[in-house]
Design a binder for this molecule. Structure first.
Ligand SMILES: C[S@@+](CC[C@H](N)C(=O)[O-])C[C@H]1O[C@@H](n2cnc3c(N)ncnc32)[C@H](O)[C@@H]1O
Length: 293
């Protein structure tokens, strides 16, 4: 029997558009090559936090600091950490039907009218029942439920509850924030030990507005690039879609271009780009998926 750790898909309960679980082996090698194992790990744009959770639950890092500005995502993570049993009871007892889908979608229309548990469960419910986990996309199988896959195709309550309990068990080692990434970085950076890695995965430059409720304009991307260049910690990585506008923002930093999906076009053109802080040792043993250049 193989004792390979389980793939990252098994740690985060959220499906995430642009989720970076496939990068975990590469991030592990970065931690090792830079003697950062057992240190702190920071994600200002956490989303489903696939990388952070796998690193924590496999004991590569001691503590994770995760942040996301989205009200729904934040309500979900706070419920996981602070109201675990109630969230799990809601998931186990959920009727995964179109009536429920309409009810949960209604909750998203006025996020500030609801408590964390209600909004967090709604976010989770739609994440697991919508196509590709996109909050404002359609339901799996269509509203008439005539598709090959039905609304409950990705809603395995028992498995999802197990993942949530596994995360909640290590809650003392997880610090969740709901701030604008710039404010979060300003707050957290001075407190970090020298043994820290920051991984920034901002909303995609091109498709950000289709995928996330919160996305960036050109100047926001530029502002964050300037802030990162001023970071005192020498250990950071940034990943993006490989849009021509992004390269110049990080011009003086080393980068690699790679693809995360298996499609032939992606493999040859490279749809993603990653930038590295000056001091960071880039391991050459394992590369992100399908290195292009
Ligand atoms: C590319 S996704 C991150 C995906 C994540 N790496 C994963 O594997 O699931 C970008 C995330 O940034 C969040 N976001 C957008 N604007 C933000 C801002 N100004 N500050 C903090 N988070 C923001 C979005 O809500 C979204 O969850």
């Amino acid at each position: 029997m193989s004792s390979e750790p389980r793939p990252s898909a098994f740690y985060t309960p959220l499906r995430y558009p642009g989720g970076k679980g496939k990068l975990v082996p590469f991030v592990k090698r970065i931690l090792e090559a830079n003697s950062l194992v057992d240190g702190a790990y920071v994600e200002p744009y956490a989303g489903g936090a696939a990388v952070a959770l796998e690193l924590l639950l496999q004991e590569y890092v001691r503590k994770i600091y995760i942040n996301d500005i989205s009200a729904g995502v934040a309500a979900f993570w706070r419920s996981v950490l602070d109201n675990t049993d109630a969230l799990c009871a809601a998931i186990s007892g959920a009727s995964v039907t179109m009536d429920e889908w309409y009810r949960q979608r209604e909750i998203q229309r006025q996020p500030d009218q609801h408590d964390d548990l209600t909004l967090g469960f709604s976010t989770f419910f739609l994440n697991r029942t919508n196509r590709s986990g996109i909050l404002n996309a359609g339901v799996i199988g269509g509203k008439a439920q005539t598709g090959k896959w039905k609304i409950d195709a990705r809603f395995n309550a028992a498995d999802l509850v197990t993942r949530i309990h596994a995360i909640a068990r290590v809650r003392e080692r997880i610090e969740f924030h709901q701030q604008d990434a710039l404010a979060f970085i300003d707050e957290i950076a001075p407190k970090l030990p020298s043994k820290s890695l920051l991984y920034l995965d901002p909303p995609y430059y091109v498709k950000g507005s289709d995928l996330y409720l919160h996305h960036y304009q050109h100047d926001d991307h530029l502002k964050i690039a300037k802030r990162i260049a001023r970071l005192r910690t020498k250990n950071w990585i940034v990943s993006y879609d490989n849009a021509p506008e992004i390269g110049p923002m990080y011009g003086r930093f080393r980068n690699i271009v790679y693809g995360l999906s298996y499609s032939a076009q992606d493999r040859y053109q490279g749809s993603e780009i990653m930038f590295f802080s000056d001091g960071l040792v880039i391991p050459d043993t394992v590369r992100p998926m399908h290195l292009v250049a």
